[in-house]
Design a protein around this ligand. Structure first.
Ligand SMILES: Cc1cc2nc3c(=O)[nH]c(=O)nc-3n(C[C@H](O)[C@H](O)[C@H](O)COP(=O)(O)OP(=O)(O)OC[C@H]3O[C@@H](n4cnc5c(N)ncnc54)[C@H](O)[C@@H]3O)c2cc1C
Ligand SMILES: NC(=O)c1ccc[n+]([C@@H]2O[C@H](COP(=O)([O-])OP(=O)(O)OC[C@H]3O[C@@H](n4cnc5c(N)ncnc54)[C@H](O)[C@@H]3O)[C@@H](O)[C@H]2O)c1
Length: 450
């Protein structure tokens, strides 16, 4: 064992959640060590939300250009990945260099410890097996998650892509198989298809976005197929081979070949690597259990993907606020998850908040639902847009809602407030909706409740 150092709080992992916790603890005058194994900033800015949304912005521009015929004249759209890769390298990630974020943290007084932290005792973290840090007040785990790679025969050892390699891609492959039709799979299948790759999207469950309303997955399958993406749902992958410059993915319905294979099959958390057994926790659990103050144990908190409460940057940031309240003894913030918003940034976007009809049923809540068609709403018809609004209500309030439409993520704001603040359905029906905004489709759908 080497030297020992003491701080008020040790934050392990400086992604969005860890950075926020650390910044506010430093602001409160505490001595904070931030332990980071990779880049200060985490997955979201370097290999997640931000660069993927830059790709999506570019792909959406291509699609808009291709919609000109029949509505505004003629267009010839020539896709070029070079500006996308350049924006990601130069504007989003600074060539995957975290100097600015690291300087921000150390400039605020934080001690940045580069390396992999592991709990080696209550309030003790050992970095890379040698540097021992002790915490007077406690340890915050904000270690995020990593791509889960399914144990498919033949897959290990092949040069498959995860979210890291696909975000760093400086060329569009001629063909791409995407394994997993969740948020990442659907977003990136559409991006690469729009940039000219022959894309095959393979999903094991019976539909795309299986955690969302069935209408969402059905709509996306139709839209993606219409753009030339081969969509296979309910497909069991039995084997992967890589020979020469091609992958072959075997499924029950045949085999698929492509130059590249992207694994987008969910995320995983490795609790054994974090050493949480040192405080008696089960290291084979899928996530760190937290209470509503983000407490794991006395002097240990966790925020973000590692808690398994929703792998979204906004959940991590929200939980950071709750943890800060407890660590600093300011207020009594308690985490609640009845109105977690989530947006899949496909075109059309699929945005949802709260419970789906199925989840509500599983929770024993008697619900009624209303479904409206965006295509037949005024703005939807004008735009030739596809989509739907689905509302899930108990006898008084909305408990969940889904919108599939252009800018659905923005439209969702209204419904997030309604579900979060338990606004009565009667009140939502009484308010005025701007005409002919897309959110007018919500008013029409509410009318279905009678
Ligand atoms: C392609 C993609 C697109 C996404 N798009 C969106 C989106 O549009 N909107 C959205 O809300 N979310 C999106 N997400 C999810 C979002 O990126 C994550 O939910 C978010 O980054 C989680 O933040 P976090 O604070 O848990 O930590 P993370 O961002 O996961 O960062 C954790 C950090 O901890 C470090 N670390 C891990 N273990 C250790 C250790 N033992 N010691 C030291 N350091 C360690 C890691 O190196 C990492 O830097 C996307 C994810 C991906 C992959
Ligand atoms: N817009 C956003 O907010 C956004 C975008 C991307 C990612 N994310 C976050 O990142 C997380 C990870 O994204 P993701 O898309 O990898 O995960 P996901 O859990 O959303 O989807 C993974 C999909 O892969 C399928 N799958 C798993 N194993 C499979 C197999 N062997 N064969 C075929 N299909 C298989 C699952 O059924 C599931 O539909 C998401 O849960 C989300 O919270 C958010």
């Amino acid at each position: 064992m080497g030297e020992q150092e003491e701080f008020d709080v040790i934050v392990v992992g400086l992604g969005p959640g860890g950075e926020k916790v650390a910044k506010h603890l430093l602001g409160a005058g505490l001595a904070v060590a931030g332990v980071e194994a990779n880049l200060v900033g985490g997955e979201c800015p370097y290999w997640g939300c931000v660069p993927s949304k830059m790709m999506i912005r570019a792909a959406d521009l291509l699609a808009e250009g291709r919609r000109i015929p029949g509505m505004a004249g003629a267009s010839t759209v020539t896709a070029d990945w070079a500006p996308v890769a350049r924006r990601i390298r130069e504007e989003a990630t600074d060539d995957w260099n975290d100097k600015a974020a690291a300087d921000r943290f150390t400039g605020a007084g934080g001690t940045l410890v580069r390396g992999r932290g592991r709990l080696t005792g209550p309030k003790e973290v050992t970095v890379d097996g040698s540097r021992v840090l002790r915490a007077r007040r406690g340890v915050v785990f904000a270690t995020g998650s990593q791509a889960a790679v399914p144990p498919i025969a033949g897959l290990a050892g092949t040069p498959y892509w995860t979210n890291h390699e696909v975000i760093e891609a400086d060329q569009v492959p001629e063909s791409l198989i995407v394994l997993g039709g969740g948020a990442i799979g659907c977003e990136l299948a559409q991006v690469f298809g729009r940039f000219g790759a022959q894309v095959t999207l393979i999903e094991g469950a019976g539909r795309l976005l299986p955690g969302e309303e069935p209408e969402a997955g059905e709509l996306l399958a139709k839209v993606l197929a219409g753009e030339g993406v081969t969509v296979r749902v309910g497909a069991e992958v039995t084997r992967v081979d890589h020979h020469g410059a091609a992958f072959t993915v075997m499924t029950g319905d045949g085999s698929h070949r492509a130059e590249r294979l992207l694994i987008a099959a969910g995320r995983r958390v490795d609790l054994a690597a974090l050493g949480v057994g040192a405080i008696g926790l089960d290291e084979s659990a899928p996530a760190i259990g937290v209470d509503d103050r983000m407490r794991v144990a006395d002097g240990v908190w966790a925020v973000g993907d590692v808690t398994g409460k929703g792998a979204f940057t906004h959940v991590s940031m929200y939980q950071a606020t709750v943890a800060l309240s407890d660590i600093l003894g300011e207020g009594d913030e308690r985490a609640a998850y009845h109105a977690v918003p989530r947006v899949t940034f496909t075109d059309p976007e699929v945005a949802a908040v709260g419970m789906t009809e199925r989840r509500a049923g599983e929770a024993g809540i008697a619900v009624r639902t209303a479904v409206g068609d965006v295509a037949s709403s005024a703005r939807g018809w004008i735009h030739r847009a596809e989509g739907f609004v689905k509302l899930v209500a108990d006898e008084r309030v909305l408990v969940g809602a889904t919108v599939a439409a252009p800018n659905a993520g923005e439209i969702l704001g209204l419904l997030t407030l309604a579900v979060h603040s338990r606004v009565p359905v009667a009140e939502l029906k009484r308010m005025i909706y701007a005409y002919p905004a897309f959110h007018g489709a919500i008013e029409e759908t509410l009318a279905e409740f009678g």
